[in-house]
Design a protein around this ligand. Structure first.
Ligand SMILES: Cc1cc2nc3c(=O)[nH]c(=O)nc-3n(C[C@H](O)[C@H](O)[C@H](O)COP(=O)(O)O)c2cc1C
Length: 191
């Protein structure tokens, strides 16, 4: 049975992104472990946390609770990340989460030539988002997550499922969401 890590960055009650993400999760077969970023008190790396992290890594101590999210991420089989489209990308909590994931010797390492090499087990990541207006050609949130996972974390396959134009005057959000769910149903990525 696959170990599915579900990262939930959906802030609003009644989140449409969360509905779409649940539709994705229903298609996957495995045990779902959820990290709810609206409940976790993850903090960005300030000087004291950066120094603590450097010290632990120097000492070779990767079992500290500071690294629990990185260990969990690295050992997942599949990753589903749900984040509403905010300010051309995602809520800031997603960036803070990735700051906590990027730990040398847990989620990635460097070759002697200085090239990053992923240490994560997952082969695929499914990114789910919804936007109020049309999805622009550059979905910066998805592109950042895809680049980071591919070039640093060693997760080569990423896909984005989205519903857009949900807040346009006169839009029918239910119809748009159903259309997005049909695309999810038809996707080979989830098979
Ligand atoms: C803080 C904030 C920033 C947003 N930025 C954008 C944006 O840049 N482009 C856009 O099309 N919609 C934007 N929206 C609208 C949301 O993307 C849209 O309502 C989305 O469906 C919200 O997802 P949810 O229903 O899962 O909360 C923004 C909404 C909020 C609250």
């Amino acid at each position: 049975m696959e170990n599915i890590l579900f990262i939930n960055a959906c802030v609003r009650p009644g989140s449409r992104t969360l509905r779409l993400a649940h539709h994705v999760l229903e298609k996957l077969n495995g045990h779902v472990e959820e990290v709810d970023l609206t409940e976790e008190t993850l903090l960005p790396l300030d000087l004291s946390r950066l120094e603590k992290r450097d010290r632990l890594l120097r000492e070779g101590n990767r079992s500290d609770s500071m690294f629990r999210f990185a260990r969990q991420y690295a050992s997942a089989d599949v990753i589903v990340l749900a984040a509403p489209f905010w300010d051309l990308s995602f809520p800031a909590a997603v960036k803070v989460y990735y700051e906590n994931i990027m730990v040398l010797g847990i989620s990635f390492c460097y070759t002697p030539e200085g090239v990053p090499e992923g240490l994560c087990r997952a082969r695929r990541l499914i990114y789910v988002t919804t936007s109020g207006g049309p999805m622009p050609p550059h979905n910066c949130g998805f592109e950042y997550v895809k680049a980071l996972n591919d070039s640093f974390l060693g997760i080569p396959e990423t896909v984005c499922f989205y519903a857009d134009n949900l807040d346009i005057v006169g839009a029918d959000p239910e119809r748009i969401l159903k259309g997005a769910m049909t695309k999810i149903d038809q996707s080979d990525f989830l098979k």
